[in-house]
Design a protein around this ligand. Structure first.
Ligand code: GTP
Ligand code: MG
Length: 193
């Protein structure tokens, strides 16, 4: 039988960017339109089957609300992997993501694997391949319903990821776009013990 490697993974990011929703999509393949804010942190596990081994993620889904920020070190300490999430429609959440990347680089495990994730891609109205799309204004579609519009350029996320040596994905917990890819990419970077 295949060997199993356990990996402690932490999710960090501003409140309401969709950390818990990404985990719910990965663990249960579900989405909740009005998900309640996380209090403190939540713990979940999920396995990834690679060709030659199994990677078992032990996931700490932290609370993004400011009053919980001081708890974060308890969860990222000893973490081998981190997923730093921002909302592609909210530029302040990208600034916050930069902060978490810096904190992980200075206070986290020396060889921590970090994935930067631009969530809520579905709100941009772009198709899933339109990754290099320009920043678009808010618009209405044919039915008159409003499309929020991309507010953080793909190139901004990509540049941060390149400068800091991070994995980078645009994703949607709502549609499932790229969610499995994030965890598979991390699993593939975990060294064999
Ligand atoms: P905290 O626990 O407070 O830190 O928030 P969080 O980062 O865990 O966010 P959560 O997953 O609770 O999602 C916040 C809101 O955004 C919920 O209403 C979700 O339904 C919604 N949401 C999450 N991901 C997506 C997405 O990919 N697209 C859209 N359209 N909405 C999303
Ligand atoms: Mg949450």
């Amino acid at each position: 039988s295949k060997t199993t490697t356990s990996v402690k993974l932490v999710l960090l990011g501003e409140a309401a960017v969709g950390k818990s929703s990404l985990v719910l999509r990965f663990v249960s393949d579900e989405f909740q339109e009005n998900k309640e804010p996380t209090i403190g942190a939540a713990f979940l596990t999920q396995k990834c089957q690679l060709s030659n081994r199994t990677v078992k993620f032990e996931i700490w889904d932290t609370a993004g609300q400011e009053r919980f920020a001081s708890l974060a070190p308890m969860y990222y300490r000893n973490a081998q992997a981190a997923v730093v999430v921002y909302d592609v429609t909210k530029p302040p959440t990208f600034i916050r993501a930069r902060h978490w990347v810096n904190e992980l680089k200075t206070q986290g495990s020396p060889n921590i694997i970090i994935a930067l994730v631009a969530n809520k891609h579905d709100l941009t109205g772009e198709d899933e391949e339109g990754e290099a799309g320009p920043v678009k204004p808010d618009v209405e579609d044919e039915t008159g319903s409003s499309i929020v519009g991309r507010k953080v350029a793909y190139s901004d996320g990509q540049k941060l990821a390149e400068d800091e040596g991070l994995l980078f994905f645009e994703a949607s917990a709502k549609t499932g776009m790229n969610v499995r890819k994030i965890f598979l990419a991390i699993a593939n970077k975990i060294p064999i013990e």
